[in-house]
Design a protein. Structure first.
Length: 142
């Protein structure tokens, strides 16, 4: 079982992921009360996309993707009939991001991830779209 990344490593990964999504990730932390499970999930997705671009070890990446998928299941499971359409659309985007992350996990050579550029562009674009949707939802709520 792999140990969780250190705080310093998480900060470096987050900084790198923020560089992948210029203008879509807020410069500072979100306002208190607005740090949702969806935002944490999308931030982790951006980190995983960065790992894929840096040719992460395939077996470790797959393990992380499985845990990430379980978090998404818990988020979507809480989606009820009274959930606003905008949140439901965000969840559909997150499901697509999850599928793209799984596709990235299958692109390996010599035990390292080697993903096609178009897959990585699509993954980064969908993560960015998720952040844009989430920002719109948070702006409407606040």
């Amino acid at each position: 079982m792999s140990r969780p990344p250190s705080r310093g490593r998480r900060l470096w990964i987050t900084a790198f992921a923020a560089g992948l999504l210029p203008g879509l990730v807020r410069a500072g932390p979100p306002a208190p009360g607005l740090r949702t499970a969806e935002r944490r999930w999308l931030e982790r997705s951006a980190e995983l996309a960065g790992e894929a671009q840096r040719h992460a070890v395939a077996t470790d990446f797959r393990r992380e993707i499985e845990a990430h998928r379980e978090e998404l299941r818990a988020i979507v499971r809480n989606d009820g009939e009274k959930t606003p359409a905008s949140v439901q659309q965000l969840h559909r985007t997150m499901i697509l991001v999850n599928a793209l992350l799984h596709a990235a996990a299958e692109c390996h050579q010599g035990g390292r991830l080697v993903c096609p550029a178009d897959l990585m562009r699509e993954l980064v674009g969908q993560v960015g779209q998720g952040f844009a949707q989430l920002d719109a939802i948070e702006k409407a709520a606040g």
